[in-house]
Structures are given as C-alpha cells and as structure tokens.
Unconditional design. Structure first.
Length: 193
C-alpha cells in the first residue's frame, strides 16, 4: 500500500437487510491502491457479493439496506451514492455474468458502456478494439453473444467493463466458467488493466 490515499478504502462497513431481516456485513474494512489486485474470499453467504454491491452503489440504492461505515473512492465518500453516479468510476462483472449481456453482437455489447458515459464515437471504437483484444475476443466482434461459450461470455462481460475504463473493477466469482488457461489469461488481463 502506498503512502498516498488508496484508490478504494472500506472502513468498518456494516450492512443489514430488512426483508428478510439479515446482517450481511459487520465491520468489514479493506484498502486497495490503483493497480492492486485484491481477492475477497469466504464461504458462500459470507457477504462477498454484498460488499461488492455496496462499493458499486447497488446497495443501498437499488437493494434497500441499512448500511454504516465508509466507502471511499480516491478519498471521496461514496456509500449510498446511486449506481449511475458511480458508473464511470466503478464497474462490476456479476456472478451471473450472462444476465449482463443483452446486445445482438459482441461489438455493440462492449460499446454500450462507454456510449452511456458520453465517450466520443472514435474513442469508443478504440476502446472496443482494445478491450476485445485484451480478452482474446477480437475475432468474434460480429458474433451474437448468445452463441458464445460460457468462458467467452464471461470474457465478453469483462471486456464490456474494461471499455468503460473505470478506476475500480469488481469481479464477483471472476473465474467460474474459465478453464485453467482462461484463468491465467484473466489474471494477466487484470494485471494490465
């Protein structure tokens, strides 16, 4: 960790859902510098996904919960900030990454995020080409995402967030549908991101 303020800092984060009543997080703290890879590990139901959803703004904005503590992005408090306001700064590939895919071809899928952020068309095309190359899907640019394998769909979801160029990338169950070679490629891609 550097002496400067971390890119992402979580301080004593608590989260309690009302319906059904459940404490999802109790005093979670972590810090990550820009460029640092951090793995959050724990058993099923331990709150890993809830933690990531708090960081990207889904909780408590879209999934009502009582949250406490602090989440800081580049030193600015963001706990409770709506997901749309964080979209250019934090991007996430969900555990059910296939639910994120909705476009009719690979290029459109990757271009969607930057377009929503107001990125210029020529820059969008550059980002699409770069992101697809980084996940080894450039040869499938015109393919329908529904025709891709599970691992290819997961890499497409990752490419779609890389194209947004966020400061923080969150991956929930990042390597679930990847074979050992795909996992190594994923980790190498993340180290370059």
């Amino acid at each position: 960790m550097s002496a400067a303020s971390p890119r992402l800092e979580v301080r004593a984060l608590t989260c309690r859902f009302a319906d059904p009543p459940a404490e999802a997080l109790a005093g979670v703290s972590l810090a990550a510098d820009a460029g640092e890879l951090v793995a959050v590990m724990g058993e099923s139901g331990a709150g890993k996904s809830t933690l990531l959803r708090c960081v990207n703004g889904l909780v408590p904005s879209l999934a009502p919960a009582e949250c406490g503590g602090e989440i800081l992005l580049d030193g600015a408090a963001v706990l409770g900030t709506p997901v749309g306001a964080l979209a250019g700064r934090v991007a996430m590939v969900f555990q059910d990454f296939e639910a994120q895919l909705f476009s009719t071809n690979v290029r459109l899928e990757v271009a969607f995020g930057p377009a929503q952020l107001g990125v210029a068309p020529d820059e969008i095309e550059r980002r699409v080409a770069d992101a697809l190359a980084r996940v080894d899907l450039a040869h499938l640019v015109g393919r329908d995402p529904r025709a891709l394998s599970g691992g290819q769909k997961q890499r497409l979801a990752i490419a779609s967030i890389l194209a947004m160029a966020p400061g923080v990338i969150l991956l929930d169950e990042a390597a679930t549908d990847l074979d050992p070679i795909g996992r190594r490629e994923l980790y190498a891609t993340l180290e370059r991101a």
